[in-house]
Design a protein around this ligand. Structure first.
Ligand SMILES: *Cc1c(COP(=O)(O)O)cnc(C)c1O
Length: 333
């Protein structure tokens, strides 16, 4: 069977499945939550996840009608494409950013155009490109994965003032930082914010993400959402997490502290590491560092061309990483 032409060039998202390694490759939380979830599994889940939506709306201080909840923020990204993007539409983003924006652009036959960035994201350039190219949708990851760079709120606001297409701000890591666009939702009805329980909340296994946007956008997106998209177990898990938000805050504080320690350590090792506003650090090194670390049981994310990202784990994990890194640097030099 021949697949659609635009799908042919895609490669499946590759997830490393090593056993017995310290996993610092996927920005998950090292902290787990205990949840008692086997409740009413004979029934379909609440299609609109109302209980969760109300509790979440309360937490965020928005209206439930401004929320869509689903299977990770990945589903939210796809729903935006499914709702708004037609073949040939332009989608604009930064080059060194979350890979799924490009993947969904390919699947939905959009033209993904990028502004180049190594670490710093040049918003003047993005705004100029937006005005010139008039994309249907702009994807901004803030703080950015994989670099950890944080764009200032006023820079994002400058874009919102100049451009009235969809501006999607992916705040998957905002709990590790400051500067959410949440309190600008009432001002800009073309603003969409994406959030997830996968990172700071430590629920990557439950796959819960959400979108916050104007009621207009939300009601369009709900038209294409599959029924019962968020299963009952995951709804329970997210409710439990929201009831324990102090735990999340404590874990975030611990991770930020560890991140600062790691930044100093990498600096002392003369590694070019970049200041991060998230739960990972982007750094540069020789390509063979990846295999050398893996041999010592530490998995980091390698993006090719000397670019790496290490997730901040628990103290012991971070120390194992540093130990492995020191040995690896000696070996490969
Ligand atoms: C991890 C991540 C997501 C996906 O989160 P899920 O809710 O697990 O689908 C979305 N955007 C960015 C930038 C991420 O890093």
């Amino acid at each position: 069977m021949k697949t659609k032409m635009n799908i042919e060039s895609l490669v499946p998202y590759e997830v490393m499945t090593y056993k017995n390694v310290i996993r610092l490759d996927a920005n998950e939380s090292a902290y787990n939550m205990d949840v008692n979830i086997f409740k009413s599994l004979n029934r379909y889940p609440d299609d609109r996840a109302s209980e969760l939506k109300n509790k979440l709306a309360d937490y965020l201080k928005v209206f439930p009608s401004e929320l869509v909840i689903g299977n990770g923020s990945s589903e939210m990204i796809e729903l935006l494409f499914r709702t708004f993007i037609e073949k040939g539409d332009k989608v604009l983003g930064f080059e060194n950013s979350f890979s799924m924006y490009k993947v969904f652009s390919t699947i939905y036959e959009a033209d993904y155009i990028t502004v180049s960035n190594d670490y710093v994201m040049d918003m003047d350039e993005l705004i100029r490109t937006a005005i010139y190219e008039q994309p249907k949708m702009i994807m901004i990851c803030n703080p950015n994965n994989p670099t950890g760079y944080l764009i200032s709120k006023c820079d994002i606001e400058r874009l919102l003032k100049m451009y009235d297409g969809l501006v999607v701000v992916d705040e998957a890591y905002i709990e590790f930082s400051e500067g959410s666009m949440l309190n600008r939702l009432d001002t800009y009805d073309n603003l969409v914010i994406l959030r997830t329980f996968s990172k700071a909340w430590g629920l990557a296994g439950a796959r819960v993400g959400y979108m916050i946007a104007s009621e207009n956008i939300v009601s369009s997106v709900l038209k294409v959402k599959a029924p019962y998209n968020l299963n009952a177990l995951s709804q329970q898990a997210a409710l439990y997490a929201l009831d324990n938000k102090e735990t999340m805050a404590e874990n975030v504080r611990a991770i930020i502290l560890e991140r600062e320690i790691m930044e100093r350590t990498l600096d002392q090792l003369d590694i070019k590491a970049y200041k991060s506003s998230a739960n990972f650090i982007y750094f540069k090194g020789q390509d063979d560092l990846y295999e050398a670390l893996l041999k010592k049981g530490v998995l980091v994310r390698f993006f090719g061309a000397g670019r790496f990202r290490v997730t901040i784990g628990k103290k012991e994990e971070n120390e194992s990483f540093v130990k492995a890194l020191k040995e690896a640097l000696v070996e490969i030099n």
